[in-house]
Design a protein around this ligand. Structure first.
Ligand code: DON
Length: 305
């Protein structure tokens, strides 16, 4: 069996040197300011041991990785009722696509595409006092990471809010079908802020550890083992949008990407892994982050297949 610390260090060295680094997202202007030169990795084992390398302690915009924590929050508040609003099928479409919404009566395919995540934000808002939903999501993330310093990057949230025409279209369209019940502006505000949460690889890997440990973190039941399995199943099948099949083929782990260049991956029973490299593939997933996870899964024999 390969030595995990050595594998992590070798992956970070390759990540720092790589020349083809993908393209940093620029449709959210604030994200375009981030250098493509960063590379970080953190592996937190199910038992809590940590191995980090590169820019593992530099905060970045977690963007769609937040959709995992929002889903957990919604499931804890609404139970299986979440699935009355959102499906559990891969979309095979881009993260911000609208086409299936018209064909499928305003019901998003899954909670990880933008439409599904906006519907999940709306569900959380429905069970909170006005204005408290982002606080609930943030509190969840802080508790899971064991770090109260984690915060929303207000500049990123604002940058997305003033350019988020597609998300506004998705939200308004879903509101017309009743998939969203609350005020569209309030729902979008929750969604933009959750995407703008800034975390480091170390914080993110810590926050995902319960998914590698049957739903339990430091003796506290976060979700049942069955729910942890199901969230992992959704991450595997839907976590990389129209690249989910290729990610499963190459890496073989449940994982969720974000356009900030972060990926949270779960090796069930073994570890929670966070990688960050801001340059993206054409589908909007971290190019070097994916390569790093492929190397890690291969070296450690962690693919679930
Ligand atoms: O809604 C958006 O477009 C972004 N806040 C999040 C998209 C995203 O991270 C897609 N993931 N790869």
């Amino acid at each position: 069996m390969a030595d995990l610390a050595e594998v992590v260090a070798a992956i970070a060295a390759r990540g720092a040197e790589a020349t083809d680094r993908g393209r940093v997202a620029d449709y959210i202007p604030e994200l375009a300011k981030v250098s493509a030169g960063h590379f970080g990795i953190a592996v937190v084992t199910a038992a809590g041991a940590e191995h980090v390398a590169g820019d593992a302690d530099t905060p970045f915009s977690i963007q769609s990785v937040s959709k995992v924590f929002a889903l957990v929050e919604a499931l804890c508040r609404h139970g299986e009722g979440v699935w009355d609003r959102v499906g559990r099928e891969p979309s095979g479409s881009a993260f911000n696509s609208i086409i299936q919404l018209e064909l499928e009566q305003g019901r998003p395919r899954n909670p990880f595409i933008n439409a599904g995540a906006i519907a999940v934000s709306d569900l959380i808002a429905a069970s909170c006092e006005p204005g408290a939903a982002i606080g609930a999501i943030l509190a969840r993330v802080r508790a899971l990471a064991g770090d109260d310093s984690i915060a929303v990057d207000a500049a990123v949230a604002w940058s997305e809010a003033v350019t988020g025409y597609r998300n506004a279209a998705l939200a308004n369209y879903m509101r017309s079908f009743g998939t969203i019940a609350g005020p569209v502006d309030a729902t979008l505000s929750v969604y933009f802020q959750q995407c703008a949460i800034a975390m480091s690889c170390r914080q993110l890997a810590r926050a995902g550890r319960f998914l590698a440990a049957g739903g339990v973190q430091d003796g506290v039941v976060i979700v049942s083992p069955e729910r942890a399995r199901r969230i992992n199943a959704l991450m595997l099948t839907c976590g990389h949008y129209d690249a989910s099949g290729d990610f499963a083929f190459r890496v073989g782990l449940p994982a969720k990407s974000g356009v900030g260049g972060g990926i949270l991956a779960i090796a069930p029973g073994r570890a929670s892994i966070a990688v960050w490299s801001p340059g993206l593939s054409p589908q909007g997933n971290s190019l070097l982050g994916t390569a790093a996870l492929e190397q890690l899964a291969q070296a450690m024999g962690w693919s679930v297949f």
